[in-house]
Design a protein. Structure first.
Length: 187
């Protein structure tokens, strides 16, 4: 199967470094529950330009990888799945991103740096699953990908009245969902 994964908020623990950076930059002690919107400009009351600088500063730091992310991606790769990484990181961060992936042993077949808010427009045909933390992106993916998994965070909550996405809380759940789909997929 062709599997798509966002990096920040799914593979990389962006939030912990974000909270540390907010404390340093603004003197605010926040928790993940305080990040109630994907838009940091909305959460913090800052301009989009300042938000872009804040995000870039965070991406230049050594982000920790979520528990079980590397192992799960390795297992999926060994099982023959193709791993596509789709991120809203800015194009000048390609080399930094590739180095981070290598240093953390993250296996992948293709890396796509795409415009934030428009990752769903990626020119990749036939993705079977996408795992995303941006609810807006996830909802847009739902018209192109059969299975859209939303990695749970306070900033991506929704009533999901049309069941366009499925919420997951761990990499173990991601693996189980993909395994179930793979076992039901016609060969």
């Amino acid at each position: 199967m062709k599997l798509g994964f966002d990096i920040d908020g799914v593979i990389a623990n962006f939030t912990d470094v974000l909270l540390q950076t907010i404390k340093q930059a603004y003197g605010l002690t926040l928790t993940e529950k305080d990040i109630t919107s994907f838009s940091l400009s909305v959460v913090l009351g800052i301009t989009r330009a300042e938000e872009a600088r804040l995000i870039t500063d965070i991406l230049y730091k050594d982000l920790p990888i979520y528990p079980e992310a590397k192992e799960t991606l390795e297992r999926l790769s060994r099982e023959g799945h193709s791993i596509y990484l789709l991120t809203g990181r800015y194009a000048p961060l390609r080399e930094l991103t590739q180095t981070w992936l290598k240093d953390n042993g993250v296996p992948y077949d293709e890396l796509h740096l795409l415009e934030m808010g428009k990752k769903y427009q990626a020119n990749i045909e036939g993705l079977d699953v996408i795992v995303e933390d941006s609810l807006e992106e996830a909802l847009e993916w739902s018209s192109r990908v059969k299975t859209v998994l939303v990695y749970d965070h306070p900033y991506n909550q929704s009533l999901n009245v049309k069941n366009l996405t499925k919420r997951v809380y761990s990499w173990n759940e991601i693996y189980l969902e993909i395994s179930q789909l793979a076992s039901n997929k016609p060969t």
